[in-house]
Design a protein around this ligand. Structure first.
Ligand code: NDP
Length: 449
């Protein structure tokens, strides 16, 4: 059967838009992904003939449930909970839980879809999934967070397990929430299995998991620069976010001799020409759960501005978006080009719109996509699963060394795949094709088509 690959891809996208027109973020992720894998599909027409892409665009299972919980003042609330079990071709579903008012099925499907290929790139035996709730943890007491997590897990526990689905954290879900979720799972199931990763180190967590996404992002940039005969020493960085990913990105950049000039939250951003004071930022964000305005009270030479950091010009070598999806649009990408940014590496998932990606390409910005760049977190989650299965605790050094090797391997894989199927330096195509190839081959071998 002769099928024109471009027509096939166009039809898939049009069908998706007709069926799920409201799932804007999911459609965006698919529209970025499909065109880049055309050269691979043309080399492997079986995947088109068996229509494997239609299969890969459809989650294996979507679970939606209600989450009732009581506030401290006695009021009752109900939120929506979800788990999208997208693809288990190469291992149990694996991907974080997000608690944020913006959460809906479209956002979780885009995150779950990206997760399939990211997990594949890590070379660990993990499939793709994502979940969460439209619950807003901001301003809630520890007791309210605990009651919400307990109610959420009361339903979720029916659908997860160490060989089935192993969630982790994401926006709004850190060590505190994972602790509450884990406690409720144990209470209900009388079992201490590794059903969540990102657990505190005191009860079956892995060293370096907290740091892994940020450290992994910086390792990937390090390997890219090394390949070009350069290093992070004295490089300046424009960064967004001030949560888990942002904080440990800053830590590793500083360790490798670079300087991070900015950090942000959903209200505004700080600019510190002397480099972000990480100890102070951790104190504000991790200990006090405060706002960035508190930073300038103790660093009078720094400045605070409301709005998005990407609307402002900051001369730097590297941009590291570490907050959320679609934080950089085409106009903001033009600012990066004008400011002389040479590399954009994504700590957040899908922080650049598809129009921003076109601007990077036209402006010769070297682009490291989230699928590769933030894979360090899930990679160390997979190492945590291994440690849990073996009842072992690896040393900090062992986990960190493994993480660095995984990121080096990812850099080499996406670099070689780009050279083979696209153009040298097209790391987006490299990541999409390398991630897809393994999953598609596994699905085919398992008779899923
Ligand atoms: P956190 O909840 O720890 O931090 C999120 C940060 O992003 C906060 O500074 C938050 O500000 C900001 N933010 C959230 N939503 C918005 C918004 N709509 N507009 C502007 N800023 C916003 O989350 P993480 O650091 O864990 O996650 C950040 C990104 O990294 C996400 O895209 C996530 O999917 C991705 N990621 C995370 C991994 C992990 O291991 N944690 C792994 C791989 C990817 P505020 O406090 O004001 O809300």
């Amino acid at each position: 059967m002769h099928v024109n690959t471009q027509e096939y891809i166009d039809k898939l996208i049009n069908d998706l838009k007709a069926k799920d027109s409201h799932e804007i973020e999911f459609i965006q992720a698919v529209e970025e992904f499909l065109p880049t894998i055309i050269p691979f599909l043309e080399d492997n027409p079986t995947f088109i003939e068996k229509n494997i892409l239609s299969l890969i665009l459809e989650p294996e299972r979507v679970i939606q449930f209600r989450v009732p919980w009581q506030a401290d003042n006695g009021d009752w609330h109900v939120n929506r909970g979800y788990r999208v079990q997208f693809n288990s071709a190469i291992g149990p579903y694996k991907g974080g839980l997000r608690f944020h008012p913006s959460v809906n099925l479209s956002i979780l499907k885009f995150l779950g879809f990206e997760q399939i290929f990211k997990n594949s790139l890590t070379n660990q035996p993990i499939g793709g999934g994502k979940g969460g709730s439209d619950f807003d943890p901001k301003g809630r007491s520890d007791s309210e967070i605990m009651r919400f997590c307990q109610s959420f897990m009361t339903e979720l526990q029916k659908h997860i397990g160490p060989d089935l689905d192993v969630p982790a954290g994401d926006i709004g879900v850190g060590a505190r929430e994972i602790g509450f979720l884990y406690g409720q799972y144990k209470r209900l199931r009388q079992s201490d299995m590794g059903i969540l990763t990102g657990k505190p180190v005191g009860f079956n967590g892995s060293l370096i998991r907290t740091e892994a996404t940020g450290y992994g992002l910086v390792y990937l940039v390090h390997h890219l620069l090394k390949d070009k005969g350069d290093s992070l020493k004295d490089k300046t960085v424009k960064l967004s976010g001030s949560g888990n990913v942002a904080i440990y990105t800053i830590e590793k950049i500083q360790e490798l001799g670079g300087k991070v000039l900015t950090a942000s939250d959903s209200s505004g951003f700080i600019y510190d020409s002397e480099g972000i004071d990480l100890k102070l930022l951790k104190e504000i964000k991790e200990v006090r759960r405060g706002r960035l305005t508190e930073y300038i009270e103790q660093r009078p030479n720094a400045s605070y501005q409301t709005g998005s950091v990407w609307d402002f010009s900051v001369q730097a070598d590297i941009a590291l978006p570490c907050a959320t999806q679609n934080e950089i649009n085409a106009v903001q990408a033009e600012i990066l080009v004008k400011d002389g940014i040479r590399i954009v590496a994504e700590g957040a998932n899908m922080p650049s719109t598809n129009q921003a990606l076109e601007v990077y390409q036209a402006g010769n910005i070297c682009y490291l996509p989230a699928k590769a760049a933030n894979a360090g977190g899930v990679a160390v989650s997979a190492l945590e699963m291994s440690q849990n299965s073996q009842r072992l605790s690896w040393t900090r050094h062992a986990v960190d060394e493994n993480l660095n090797l995984i990121m080096k391997d990812i850099y080499e894989t996406i670099s070689e795949t780009a050279k083979r199927y696209a153009t040298a330096g097209d790391y987006a195509a490299g990541a999409n094709i390398a991630g897809f190839a393994k999953v598609a081959e596994a699905m085919y071998a398992q008779g899923l088509v």
